[in-house]
Write a protein that binds this ligand. Structure first.
Ligand SMILES: Nc1ncnc2c1ncn2[C@@H]1O[C@H](COP(=O)(O)OP(=O)(O)OP(=O)(O)O)[C@@H](O)[C@H]1O
Length: 594
């Protein structure tokens, strides 16, 4: 990524809003509310002169009176955007106490919304891959423009009726090359510490930073009941945040009362409101009644109706891969055949909330007879393949992470080009090609080692090809991979490991039950008995493998946590060094200016 001199700026023609959209409020008719965030309500609207459907984001200026600059920046950034994967503002203007931003209407809503309504267990991997690919294109474009989005999450990834994926919400984005912004950050830090003598500031800022870390730690240590209440309240309010805890998400979804989710009726023009608590005063302030139906739910209802009619959000995606598409269609058909409308799938997940049941359901739906031991064995094999894949990923990450932590010790002083808030842009920019080949890319790389991994129907192709060969691994260990890239993967892996342990326990329980049932069945033929004995042998050896995997995973997880702690400690030391250097630079500049 270049510095300010190399930032590409959109051509002048692209800067101007399309002349066809006017800045007269009377030209827009606000329809139903389609979403809301911390500072804004978004409506479906009609641009009357052309009878064209658009989205209007209404930002409450009173509520944000201290952040006018930021609001202006968001509107400005959105109007400069010219990329198919980033939501662009057609125009913006002030209406009484709010700023209206007119933009393309994304009919299917956000990924968060889709998951809440119809996919409480998350999307299928191919869909995730497709969404992420488009999102990465958006980020690449923004980064080339010198912008950091800083709020990439499911609630800000929107999908239109054609299946196009666009990144929205620039409320907290920042320009990486904005020196003024950088200075503001530092002076804020200095204000907080209230130290008049600049000579002492270096140390004080580092105290300040530690306090901030302590506050974050305290938040983590908040009693789980309080965390749950906070988390549930945010979930119900539709506030989207990063949450990698699948069990937590499931628990939150299950806490929503049965009468809260929308009733999915394709021909119901007045889809019911979700009933989620919302800030009524804010919405009334913006001049819209709070009881209006939620268009989003109605719109998506047509895509997931169990009768199979209506467009599918999946069908709209261009996967560029017939196999992927078939698998998705198959999954969709299974859902339809099962009658798994959003409400029923939620009940399913409550009553049958484990991975093995999911496999069984999908197998049943595809017409497979999974009652035999052979089928069960295949199920176990798939589970073990999944375990092996995760285990190997974990191993690769532990090795990488350890070498990264070790390398941090040697690199106590890197070439800092810019520090922007919590971002440090160094001359040692991460080589994305390497990173793709590493932790993330490793997932899509074909296994070049001896492991023969059976493809898992549930886990998907991309997970079944996870390994780097030894040379690539060595190369990665020698390269400096950013902790901000590694840590989320590591955390994710720890969670997956825990999930695996639970899965193994479920498998063991399921196997014991099945053995009991098989033993009790009368009228079993001699051939079946022989087959059953052979399968029992196989099951037993698989069980041994499972328990071995389990203990290896636990050991690896422990190592991982220890490495992570060391990393945090080293990172803090590094931060302190960066701060010192940057503050000295700023002071030198001040001195030069004076
Ligand atoms: N162009 C659009 N078309 C359709 N729905 C949209 C559009 N833009 C936003 N939404 C919906 O409105 C919701 C809130 O929008 P947005 O995230 O921009 O508001 P915000 O106040 O900036 O949110 P946050 O709290 O995340 O900062 C989104 O999650 C999405 O569901």
């Amino acid at each position: 990524m270049g510095r300010s001199g190399s930032i590409k700026r959109p051509a002048a023609a692209a800067l101007a809003a399309p002349p066809s959209f006017t800045v007269k409020p009377g030209d827009y008719r606000l329809m139903e509310e389609v979403g809301y965030g911390a500072h804004a309500v978004v409506y479906r609207a009609v641009f009357l002169p052309r009878n064209e459907v658009v989205a209007v984001k209404c930002l409450d200026l009173d509520q944000l009176n201290n952040n006018i600059d930021e609001i202006q920046r968001e509107a400005q950034i959105m109007s400069l955007i010219d990329h198919p994967n980033v939501i662009r503002a057609y125009c913006s203007f002030v209406v009484e106490h709010s700023l209206w931003v007119v933009m393309p209407f994304m009919r299917e809503g956000s990924c968060l919304h889709l998951m809440k309504i119809a996919y409480p267990d998350g999307f299928e991997e191919p869909v995730i891959g497709s969404i992420l690919k488009e999102t990465l294109k958006a980020l690449e474009y923004l980064h080339n423009q010198g912008q950091i989005h800083r709020d990439v999450k499911a609630g800000n990834i929107l999908i239109d009726s054609a299946g196009a994926v666009k990144l929205g919400d620039f409320g907290v984005s920042a320009c990486m090359f904005d020196r003024g912004w950088l200075q503001k950050c530092f002076s804020l830090a200095l204000d907080i510490t209230s130290i008049p003598d600049h000579g002492k500031n270096v140390a004080e800022v580092c105290v300040f930073l530690q306090l901030k870390d302590a506050a974050q730690l305290a938040l983590k240590k908040m009693p789980s009941s309080e965390q749950e209440a906070l988390s549930l309240s945010e979930y119900q309010r539709g506030v989207s945040a990063w949450n990698f805890d699948i069990e937590d998400l499931k628990a939150q979804a299950s806490l929503i009362r049965d009468d809260e989710p929308p009733e999915i009726k394709e021909d119901d023009d007045t889809a019911r409101n979700t009933g989620m608590e919302k800030d009524l005063s804010f919405r009334n302030h913006l001049g819209k009644p709070s009881s209006e139906s939620n268009y989003r739910e109605r719109a998506f209802a047509t895509t997931v109706n169990s009768d199979g009619k209506g467009p599918s959000v999946y069908e709209a995606f261009d996967f560029g891969d017939a196999d992927c598409k078939n698998r998705i269609d198959g999954y969709q058909n299974n859902r339809a055949e099962n009658g798994s409308s959003p409400s029923t799938s939620k009940q399913d997940s409550e009553s049958n909330n484990n991975w093995t049941s999911d496999i069984e359901q999908r197998q049943q739906a595809s017409g497979a007879n999974n009652n035999t031991s052979v089928e069960r064995i295949h199920g176990f094999e798939r589970s073990i393949s999944y375990s092996l894949i995760l285990l190997n990923d974990l191993l690769v990450f532990v090795i990488l992470f350890k070498s990264y932590v070790d390398s941090l010790g040697d690199k106590s002083k890197r070439n800092v080009v810019e520090i922007k808030g919590r971002f440090s842009v160094t001359s040692e920019n991460v080589d994305l090609a390497k990173v793709q080949d590493g932790p993330a890319g490793g997932l899509s790389r074909k296994s070049q080692q001896g492991l023969l991994l059976r493809k898992s129907a549930s886990v998907g192709d991309w997970l079944a090809k996870p390994m780097c060969n030894s040379n690539q691994l060595k190369e990665l260990c020698n390269s400096s991979v950013s902790s901000s890239i590694l840590i989320p993967h590591l955390e994710n892996l720890v969670q997956q490991t825990m999930f695996q342990q639970e899965l193994i326990m479920n498998l063991l329980g399921g196997l014991q039950q099945n053995e009991k049932v098989d033993g009790a069945q009368p009228g079993v033929s001699e051939n079946d008995r022989i087959a059953s004995t052979a399968n029992s042998e196989k099951e037993r050896s698989l069980l041994v493998t499972i328990s071995e995997l389990q203990s290896r995973m636990i050991t690896l997880t422990d190592e991982l946590i220890a490495a992570k702690l060391k990393h945090v400690q080293l990172q803090q030391e590094l931060n302190a060094l960066y701060c010192r250097e940057e503050i000295e630079d700023i002071r030198d500049e001040d001195n030069e200016e004076t």
